[in-house]
Design a protein around this ligand. Structure first.
Ligand code: URA
Length: 377
């Protein structure tokens, strides 16, 4: 932004959005700067987020929000010889989505540089940063020079937003999680693309999830989100494409911070998991494993946050012992829960049992997970 600073009152700005009016670039700048500098109260941020959630934003406002969030901190810069190889993928998240953990080193092994700025848990979806922090001593905060050294040495790093890297997303992200304002196309677009813009990427693939365990349950809403992400990503100069992928069932067999890291390491190195607390089930073929009840019980057990900045217990998690399409007999264990409270309550067990959908083998949905590619128009 340049020129004269506009002076606007926060209540007036919130009222404008609440009443469905468009915010100008100056107003978006004013809001995001106040978020970054913490000169606006959290209750006012929450009210503005709810107004955006209710009223949405036109593409021009979403682009302004994304740019201002990206510029709220430093932009990373890379040596000329890395041109074209600095890449990333970002998922809109779901239950058990730990793909970033093995994917970043796999891309690095192919010669790419991946400076992945990730996030914590949002709504019911797990956060890559929370997963990594379950590794004792793992530091998700790195200075730009250190990020460059890590990329030089090993090709990839996964870090968090900070006071210097997309600070506006760090604040908005935590408040969205605590105010039920996560599933908003402009807010997700601003959050995801501001981080990727700060990474100064050449290319970006977005994995936009839809289905029972995702932020958006139906493919049409996910397609609108993917189109917004791809449009804004390309407008800020990153060659961006998206896939729409079905997320009815959790990815892999583990759900929870520590257990997902173990599963990712298993994926990279072939080691096996441990521990057990088992539930029991009925006869038939597994048609689906609904991620939402699993995520809700794990959150109550301590794996998730209900307030911004709250501590979580990284060791809480679940391992799926069956997969869709597998035949199970009465008495076969299908899930192993890692928890620390004395016992799961009967209600929690019943709720968890409801996650497993059993039927006949002819009803199994074995269509591919990736449904569509969304490319710039
Ligand atoms: N990932 C993000 O970084 N932000 C969102 O809003 C959703 C997924």
């Amino acid at each position: 932004m340049s020129g004269e600073e506009v002076q606007i009152s926060f209540p007036e700005l919130i009222r404008k959005k609440r009443d469905g009016e468009q915010l100008s670039e100056e107003e978006v700048h004013f809001f995001v700067r106040a978020v970054k500098e913490r000169t606006i109260q959290d209750c006012q941020i929450g009210a503005m987020l709810m107004a955006i959630w209710q009223r949405g934003m036109v593409p021009k406002e979403t682009l302004a929000l994304t740019r201002e969030m990206m510029w709220s901190g430093e932009l990373l810069h890379w040596p000329e010889e890395w041109r074209g190889v600095v890449v990333d993928k970002h998922s809109t998240g779901g239950v058990g989505d730990k793909v970033s953990l093995p994917l970043a080193p796999a891309l690095a092994a192919c010669g790419c540089k991946i400076p992945m700025i990730s996030g914590r848990g949002l709504a019911h979806t797990g956060g890559t940063l929370d997963k990594l922090e379950s590794v004792p001593g793992f530091n998700i905060h790195q200075a730009p020079e250190q990020i460059k050294r890590i990329l030089d040495d090993i090709g990839c790093c996964i870090i968090g937003q900070s006071e210097t890297l997309v600070p506006a997303d760090k604040v908005l992200y935590a408040i969205r999680d605590a105010t039920s304002t996560v599933d908003s196309i402009p807010l997700i677009t601003g959050s995801v693309i501001s981080k990727k813009g700060a990474e100064s990427l050449s290319a970006l693939v977005l994995d936009v999830k839809y289905g029972k365990s995702a932020l958006y349950k139906d493919i049409n809403s996910a397609r609108k989100l993917a189109e917004s992400l791809v449009t804004v990503g390309n407008k800020i100069g990153i060659c961006t494409g998206a896939v729409l992928s079905r997320m009815d069932n959790p990815i892999g067999q583990c759900i929870g911070n520590s257990v997902e890291v173990m599963e990712a390491i298993e994926c990279l190195k072939g080691r096996g998991p441990s521990d057990l607390k088992e539930l029991v089930m009925v006869l038939g073929t597994v048609l689906a494993i609904n991620g939402m009840p699993l995520a809700e019980v794990l959150n109550v057990l301590g794996a998730g946050r209900t307030q911004a900045g709250a501590q979580i217990n990284h060791s809480i998690g679940a391992e799926l012992l069956v997969s869709v399409g597998r035949h199970v007999n009465k008495g076969d264990p299908w899930i192993r829960i890692h928890y620390e409270t004395p016992a799961l309550t009967q209600n929690q067990k019943v709720f968890l049992q409801g996650a497993l959908v059993i039927g006949s083998s002819s009803e199994v949905d074995d269509s591919p997970l990736v449904s569509e590619f969304i490319l710039p128009k």
